[in-house]
Design a protein around this ligand. Structure first.
Ligand SMILES: [Zn+2]
Length: 335
């Protein structure tokens, strides 16, 4: 790593310092330097380069890759629900926040046309479509898009932002759900995405929230799966740089009803790679489908009550209040 590489934050141009010298990578036998920007306080991994082959390994093993296996469960589970969005919004605050925002806009009289960038297996796009939204899902993984089309229909395609721009279709809302942290060049990507927005269009971004872990060094996926760990300051810099106003979503209602345990952060140096050098999963873990009875409990909200009671009895520390381990933010161009 040259001095110059280390010192430039590619988000805001600020100076950075080295936080961790040799952090383990997502794949065995690789190490990364974790840097922290002194201006926007974002952390990033060096070398700041995506590894496309890695996503091939993850999708091939998605059933059992810890962390990603839940997406596989969601992808099948939404097929068993009459109102799949009702299921998804209970699983993670990001789906809850995005869905609530879009529904509020719709209730105000404007049904937004929606694009989900980085839709992966497509279950969230599908759930929004079933809720009545006009929505398209795109991803650069042809493997994931083929799966989505086979299971949910034709509203998906393998496309880059350049492909979409060439078509001149504009969208009222563009969702980037836990996507920006994977990108070497966040600024370039955001600039292109903004060009796809209609006049009052909005970019809805969710990403792991560094501000929620003030003492941790990298409480997010190991690089190069996640290359960035952004906090609220970094999001403000991002909005300013692209001449956008920024609104952080408030998770209070979500955390009141859905239990999110607040776990102790782990120093990145002591974490273990997820894949071996050949791309096989080191400690695979499958998440079976919910099953009929659990689905009923989930549908009626009984599971939420059980989780809450159990959390209260065990004295588990939960997330509370407006902000949590995920940021959800809306960016709108200033005029
Ligand atoms: Zn910065």
């Amino acid at each position: 790593m040259t001095r110059e590489d280390r010192e430039r934050c590619r988000l805001c141009g600020g100076t950075s310092h080295r936080l961790v010298g040799a952090a383990p990578g997502y794949q065995e036998n690789r190490t990364y330097t974790i840097c922290e920007c002194e201006s926007c306080l974002a952390s990033f991994a060096f070398p700041l380069e995506a590894d496309d082959a890695l996503y091939g390994h993850i999708y091939r093993n998605i059933r059992s890759v810890p962390g990603y296996n839940r997406y596989y469960r969601y992808a099948y589970e939404v097929l068993a629900w009459q109102r799949p969005l009702a299921y998804l919004i209970r699983q993670e605050e990001s789906y809850w926040a995005v869905a609530r925002h879009l529904r509020t806009r719709r209730a105000a009289g404007t049904a937004p046309s929606v694009l989900e960038i980085g839709c992966g297996m497509g279950y969230f796009t599908h759930a929004l479509a079933e809720d009545g939204f006009s929505v398209t899902g795109v991803d650069i993984s042809s493997q994931a898009i083929a799966w989505a089309r086979d299971h949910y229909g034709n509203r998906y395609e393998t496309a880059t932002l350049g492909d979409l721009k060439a078509r001149r279709t504009k969208y009222d809302a563009i969702i980037m759900n836990q996507l920006v942290e994977h990108l070497p060049d966040i600024n370039g990507f955001i600039a292109e995405a903004l060009e796809l927005l209609s006049r009052d269009g909005e970019l809805i971004i969710t990403t792991p929230n560094k501000s929620a872990f003030p003492d941790a060094d990298w409480e997010t996926d190991l690089p190069p799966v996640h290359l960035w760990w952004l906090g609220e300051d970094a999001m403000k810099h991002l909005a300013k740089q692209h001449a956008c106003e920024l609104v952080f979503m408030d998770f209070s209602t979500f955390y009141d009803s859905c239990v999110r345990p607040r776990l102790q952060a782990t120093p990145v140096a002591s974490r273990k790679p997820v894949l071996d050098a050949q791309g096989s999963v080191l400690h695979g873990q499958e998440l079976p489908p919910l099953g009929g009875f659990r689905r009923v409990l989930e549908r009626t909200g009984a599971l939420d009550i059980l989780r809450r009671t159990r959390a209260e009895m065990s004295g588990c520390v939960r997330w509370h209040g407006a902000r949590g381990p995920i940021i959800a933010a809306v960016l709108r161009r200033l005029r």
